[in-house]
Design a binder for this molecule. Structure first.
Ligand code: AMP
Ligand code: MG
Length: 405
């Protein structure tokens, strides 16, 4: 039975990024760039003014002086007129520096005078000038393949006129719940049923990372229904099932996947919760079979499935960072000698994280999952963690890193 990191590594070794598509820039945010982008021109494209002021010859301004103003250059204008000795051209931010000028004097450092403009302080050569290519040189790689397209990257691509950009395809992920006890959300159901909440939680988790969830419904606890629905699920880029994965009389997920030719890579992981998680591949397609308890489903998705889906969609930062937090309550292992993921609430005080037990750690208790900001990873070699000790945590969502101070 693999340990947590081994299982995660084994999964990742069987995952390759999906294909590439071109999308319009307004739809490219949060996608992952699939090719290196080289600058098609220098940025800035021309040497220009960094301030509203006067384009001058610095040698004319060694001491306080009055210069004759011979022209005006707004942003967007092209200058042909030269700045002659003893003269200045009024210039706005971004306008190209006129020939002859080698500095800009901000308007705040000048005074109007009857004969022109008075320059109060000495002016250094190149002052307030932005040089052609000082940001980016033509041909330079501005964004490498694998870049996450945040507002900054979108702005960079837009500044080079990229209307369409190559990005990795979003993964279509089939979600199949299994179990006769389940009723669909919104359906009229009898009292002995429970609502299929796992599918909705997985749907949200897949959307959160930019995947396209594809709900397959519920497979009844029969071989035939599993065969039909799992076959359908294998048409997606990846398949996630919940429940029916142990070795109970009515656990059909694993035998039917085997019948369908899936190669099983592991059927248990040495973690708590989530021990009965299994992973298989068929024709290169990953199949994650998660345990059915809602908390186990969510935690195994976060810890084992999420990195794989991120890799499929071209992300390079796929493993959650571990943060250190000081415990403010004790944490006791639910299963000794095994890596435990425990639900903790996290507070940020003076720039440091403090974690406390979010409540009952039983996998049947969903309320504790709702209260949790993070999972504490309690390592194999220690079973009791006392208040004051440091533990390592994985935050559960992006929002959780924006804790109130
Ligand atoms: P199993 O893995 O089939 O033994 O299921 C474990 C537990 O998870 C059972 O109590 C199920 O009722 C519950 N469960 C299974 N599937 C779902 C689901 N889709 N939504 C909510 N709870 C579920
Ligand atoms: Mg079941």
């Amino acid at each position: 039975m693999p340990r947590f990191e081994e299982a995660r590594q084994l999964i990742l070794e069987h995952i390759a990024p999906l294909g590439i598509e071109k999308v319009i820039l307004t739809e490219a945010d949060n996608r992952v760039l699939a090719e290196d982008i080289l600058a098609p021109w220098d940025m800035p494209r021309w040497t220009n003014s960094a301030m509203d002021g006067y384009a001058v010859r610095s040698q004319d301004c060694r001491q306080p002086s009055v210069l004759r103003v011979t022209g005006f250059l707004p942003a967007g204008a092209r200058s042909v007129e030269e700045v002659a000795p003893g003269c200045a051209i009024k210039i706005m931010t971004g306008a190209p520096l006129p020939p002859g000028a080698d500095a800009v004097v901000p308007v705040e450092e000048t005074e109007a005078s009857a004969d022109g403009v008075r320059i109060i302080n000495p002016v250094a050569q190149n002052a307030h000038v932005r040089f052609m290519g000082e940001d980016v040189r033509c041909g330079e790689c501005i964004l490498p393949r694998g870049s996450l397209l945040r507002p900054a990257e979108i702005g960079m691509l837009a500044s080079y006129g990229k209307v369409f950009v190559p990005v990795f395809r979003r993964a279509r992920i089939a979600i199949l719940a299994t179990g006769d006890e389940l009723a669909e959300l919104g359906e009229v159901f009898s009292e002995d049923k429970i609502i299929n909440s796992n599918t909705l939680a997985l749907h949200a988790a897949i959307k959160e990372i930019g995947g396209i969830p594809d709900i397959l419904g519920i497979a009844l606890d029969t071989r035939e229904d599993h065969l039909e629905k799992l076959t359908e699920g294998l048409k997606a880029d990846a398949l996630i099932t919940s429940a029916g994965v142990s070795t109970g009389d009515r656990d059909f997920v694993r035998p039917v996947l085997e019948e369908l030719g899936a190669r099983n890579l592991f059927c248990k992981v040495d973690i708590k919760p989530g021990r009965p998680t299994s992973f298989a591949v068929r024709d290169g397609k990953p199949i994650f079979s998660l345990p059915g308890n809602p908390v186990s489903t969510m935690i195994t998705f976060e810890e084992l499935v999420r990195p794989a889906l991120l890799k499929m969609m071209g992300h390079t930062r796929i493993i959650k960072p571990l943060f250190e937090a000081t415990l403010t309550t004790n944490l006791d292992k639910k299963r000794l000698g095994v890596l435990n993921f425990q639900r903790v609430s996290v507070e940020l005080r003076d720039g440091r994280y403090f974690a406390s037990c979010a409540g009952d750690q039983n996998t049947g208790i969903l309320k504790t999952m709702v209260r949790a900001d993070a999972l504490a990873l309690l390592p194999e070699d220690k079973d009791r963690f006392a208040a004051g000790e440091t533990v390592r945590i994985h935050f559960l969502s992006h929002q959780a890193t924006m804790l109130e101070g």
